[in-house]
Ligand binder design. Sequence first.
Ligand SMILES: Nc1ncnc2c1ncn2[C@@H]1O[C@H](COP(=O)(O)OP(=O)(O)O)[C@@H](O)[C@H]1O
Ligand SMILES: [Mg+2]
Length: 281
Amino acid sequence: MLELTNVTRRFGANTAVDAVTVSIPQGQMVGVIGRSGAGKSTLLRMINRLIDPSDGSISFGDKQVSAIKGRELRDWQRDCAMIFQQFNLVPRLDVLTNVLLGRLNHRNTILNLLNIFSAEERAQALMALERLGIEQTALQRAGTLSGGQQQRVAIARALMQSPKVILADEPIASLDPLNAKIVMDSLKDINERDGITVVTNLHTLDTARTYCERVIGMFHGKVVFDGPASDLTSDAVKMIYGSTAENEISEAITSTSIKESSETEKAPAMSLASAEIASPA
Ligand SMILES: Nc1ncnc2c1ncn2[C@@H]1O[C@H](COP(=O)(O)OP(=O)(O)O)[C@@H](O)[C@H]1O
Ligand SMILES: [Mg+2]
């Protein structure tokens, strides 16, 4: 169980996250939605301790996540893998090495590490890539891959951490609909088959509805909705996106027609729900 109690984060006079209290049982798939600036990224970053809460506490089982330091904190950050909108791979390194870095994501001197990966770790990394359908890219430089492929590498890297929780911050916001579907399907599969808790910030309502058993809606740092996706009535949606903004609750905010990406691997516009899974190229 991941428990947040009155978690608050201030930046100067601005309260980015305001007294958030939620309990997330192990193995749940949770979508966090809300406008830009609602506090979604700050919330995820506090869970992973990339930033510290100003107030409140975070715990995971017996572990007081918000109080740990040093070795214990590094262990937690390994248990709690992060996936970012911009993938955060090392573009000049090959894909396999990027995945292996999931094993050692707390060290800095990459070159020093290259020869200490065991054959077993390499095999494990290849299996993670295979699971994501991109094992054939193992020896390519990560920077040469399409965005969708890069995000799958990032998920493989997260799997190498053997995490208990995956935190994904708008993992599909830079992807075309087809790749968005592949990435969300992968996260769902990892959630269901491995029992890993997934907490993902999502820009689009439809995606949260399609993939997440539980949706947390944030507005101005506060949780204004917390429940099953089926309870997301239009009133709930107005609370999350702002009651005065009915006209602005447009395609841009709620639809899955994700903005044009600069990817070479373009897919025709289609909704996530209807997108077919192509065999991963
Ligand atoms: N490092 C920071 N320094 C100052 N203000 C920040 C910082 N990070 C986030 N904020 C502010 O906190 C609020 C919430 O931001 P964020 O968590 O990024 O929201 P979201 O991810 O929902 O778009 C915003 O007002 C943002 O400007
Ligand atoms: Mg954000």
